[in-house]
Design a protein around this ligand. Sequence first.
Ligand SMILES: Nc1ncnc2c1ncn2[C@@H]1O[C@H](COP(=O)(O)OP(=O)(O)OP(=O)(O)O)[C@@H](O)[C@H]1O
Ligand SMILES: [Mg+2]
Length: 280
Amino acid sequence: MSVPGRPDGGRFGAAPGGAAATPLPLLDVRNLETWYGPVVAMQGINLQVPRGRVVAVLGANGAGKSTLLNTLAGVIDPFKGSVWFEGERIDGLDADAVCRRGLVLVPEGRQVYPFLSARDNLAMGAYARRRDADRVRDDLARVFGWFPRLLEREAQPAGLLSGGEQQMLAIGRAWMSAPRLLLLDEPSLGLSPLLTHEIFGIVGRIAREAGVAVLVVEQNAAVALRTADEGYVMELGRIVAAGTSEALSAKSDVRESYLGLRAAQGLSGQQRWRRRKTWR
Ligand SMILES: Nc1ncnc2c1ncn2[C@@H]1O[C@H](COP(=O)(O)OP(=O)(O)OP(=O)(O)O)[C@@H](O)[C@H]1O
Ligand SMILES: [Mg+2]
């Protein structure tokens, strides 16, 4: 829960050793609420992303994860609450303005331009940076360094790339917009475990090597928590758990519901029996 007056919103308890307040988070979401017509899709959302970190949002189908990212990206207007980015309020801005500030969304299902070549898709990401040619060239080299397969297929229409290559392209295109925070909506959707591993490897490098923060929505909790520093769990439009990836991975309900691991170890005999009976 957000604590007014605390720059970290009271994130995950007090700073260790009574240290001074932690620095202002890159993204600070306060009490955000979004409706679709008469239906509330998400409410009471408090969430922070520190600079240069990977933060995961976990949750089942329909939990409100895409609604959250789309609201942050300015695709949907929130009904209530506020979004602060680098200390400035950005809720209510349209999607273009949010993108120019550096919050760049890679939407669910990639949405690359199918008839444009891979290289032209990347160029589209940089369309607002025409006067920044040197850096655009460096960024393009970086994308091809992360995803050598895109370089091999740069002249192909994006619609003919594999699902994994399209995901790489979508992340690459977002990178070409010079993000300060990447919003990734289910990058592993439809990908093999190997490709998922590869994509999340790059997600980690984006944060650790390039210092750009990532807020990643995922159903594959195991993969997401291995890469992320921190995570939130959403259920029915609300955040029901939050903490470091380590702490979340150790929580018994997260282990059972999202990591598919039994939590029976350490339970007393009777509890174990009850638990088994419930499963049947
Ligand atoms: N455009 C829309 N109009 C009406 N209801 C919507 C719309 N988009 C989503 N919803 C509803 O809002 C809720 C949250 O949906 P959302 O797409 O945010 O979930 P999600 O966590 O991203 O799910 P998934 O893992 O399946 O992508 C769901 O109940 C969904 O049916
Ligand atoms: Mg979704």
